[in-house]
Design a binder for this molecule. Sequence first.
Ligand SMILES: [Mg+2]
Length: 270
Amino acid sequence: MTRADIPVRIRNFVFDIDGCLAVDGEPIPGAFEALAELRDRGYGFVFLTNDSYLSTAAWRKKAVALGFDFPDLEVITAGQILIQLAADRYPGGKVLLFGSDALAAEAENLGLKLLPTERGHEADVVLVARSPSFDYKDMTAGLRALRAGAGFITSSMARAIPSKDGPVPGTGATTNAMAFASRRRAVIAGKPSALAARTCLQIAGFDRRHTAFVGDDVELDIATAKRVQGFSILVLTGSTAVEDVMTLKPRLMPDLVIDSVANIPRLLLA
Ligand SMILES: [Mg+2]
C-alpha cells in the first residue's frame, strides 16, 4: 500500500471488532499496543459492533478477554442503538421486541414497556434484533402490529451470520419476513445506516469531523463512515482483500487502506 497519513483533524476512532481488532476469537497482532499508544497520545476510541444479542457489559468483558483491557472502554452495539432509538422516538412506548433477555433489560432500563407476544398488536413500535427463537407466532404478532401502524426498527439487515456449525439466518432475514408480510420497511439502527453512525457518535461524544471509522467490511464499516462524511479506514485483516479494493465503486472507496490496525500510530502526524 502507498504511504498516506491520517489527517491531523482526526482525534477519535470508531473500531469495528470482528475482522478488525480480532479474527476467530484471537486479537490481531499489535492491535492492543496500537490502541494503548493512541490512548497515551490522547486519542479517543470506542468499539462498534453490529451484534444485537449480548449486552454492552458482556461485550466489554469479551473485549477485555481478547486483551483490550482498557479502563472505561466503551463498546457500542447495534442492539444498544436500536433500544436508544426506540426510547428517543417512542418515550415510554409499548414495544414488541424480538431479541435477547439482555436487550429486553436495556429496553426496560430506558423506560420502554415490553409487550407479551399475545398483546403485540398494541405495540407503538416493533423492534427486531437477533432472536434465535423467532417463530411463526412471533411473525404473526409482528405482522399485526405493523398492519396496525406500529413503527418498525431493526438492528441490522444481515442476511446470514457465521456460527461454528455453519451460517444461521441474520436479523435481516427475520426482519424481511415481517416486512414482506406487512409491506412495511424497517428503519435500520445498526451499520451501515446513518443512524448507526450518528447514534454511535452521540453515545461516544465524538464529533464526526474529528472521527475516523475503522473496519474490514466495505459495505458495513466504510459505508457507515460515508453516510456521515466521516473519515474511513479499511483494514485488510478481515473480509476484504487487497484485490477487492481495486474494483470498489467510488462511493465505497475508503479514504485510507491499511494492512492492519497495528499500523495506525505510524500514520498519525500529531
Ligand atoms: Mg468486521
